[in-house]
Design a protein around this ligand. Structure first.
Ligand code: AMP
Ligand code: ZN
Length: 112
C-alpha cells in the first residue's frame, strides 16, 4: 500500500534499524522501545493486522513466527514476549501487521 508507513519501511523508502530480512518479512528495532530488546517483525506484503490472516496467507504468518524464533535465539533471548495489537481498542497505531518482540526485563501479566 503506497501510503503505509511499514510498507515504506519494508521497501527501504523510510530508514529503519534492520534486525533481519528475507523475501517474506522484515524485522527492525522499534523507534520507541518498551523493553531493553524491542523489535518488530512485519510481512513485506500489506496485511492490516492478524485480523486479515486467512488460510490463503497463513504461511506468511507462520514464517514470521519461525523468524521470531530464529532471531530471538541468535540474540540469546530465552524468555520474551510476542505481541500483536489488532485495532484501535487494543492499541494498534500502525495498520500493517506486526509482531512486537520484547525481552530483557521482567514482564507482568495481565498486560495493560
Ligand atoms: P502498534 O502501536 O502496536 O501498532 O505498534 C506500532 C509500533 O511501531 C510502535 O511501537 C511504534 O513505536 C513503532 N513505530 C512507529 N513508527 C516507527 C518507525 N518509523 N520505526 C520504528 N518503529 C516505529
Ligand atoms: Zn503496509
Amino acid at each position: 500500500m503506497s501510503d503505509c508507513l511499514f510498507c515504506k519501511i519494508a521497501k527501504g523508502e523510510i530508514p529503519s534499524n534492520k534486525v533481519y530480512e528475507d523475501e517474506v518479512c522484515y524485522a527492525f528495532y522499534d523507534i520507541d522501545p518498551q523493553a531493553p530488546v524491542h523489535f518488530l517483525v512485519i510481512p513485506k506484503m500489506h496485511l492490516a493486522s492478524v485480523a486479515e490472516v486467512t488460510a490463503d496467507n497463513a504461511a506468511v504468518a507462520g514464517h514470521m513466527m519461525a523468524v521470531i524464533s530464529k532471531v530471538a535465539k541468535q540474540m540469546g533471548m530465552v524468555s520474551y514476549r510476542v505481541v500483536s495489537n489488532i485495532g484501535e481498542q487494543a492499541g494498534q497505531s500502525v495498520p500493517h501487521l506486526h509482531f512486537h518482540v520484547l525481552g530483557g526485563r521482567d514482564m507482568t501479566w495481565p498486560p495493560g
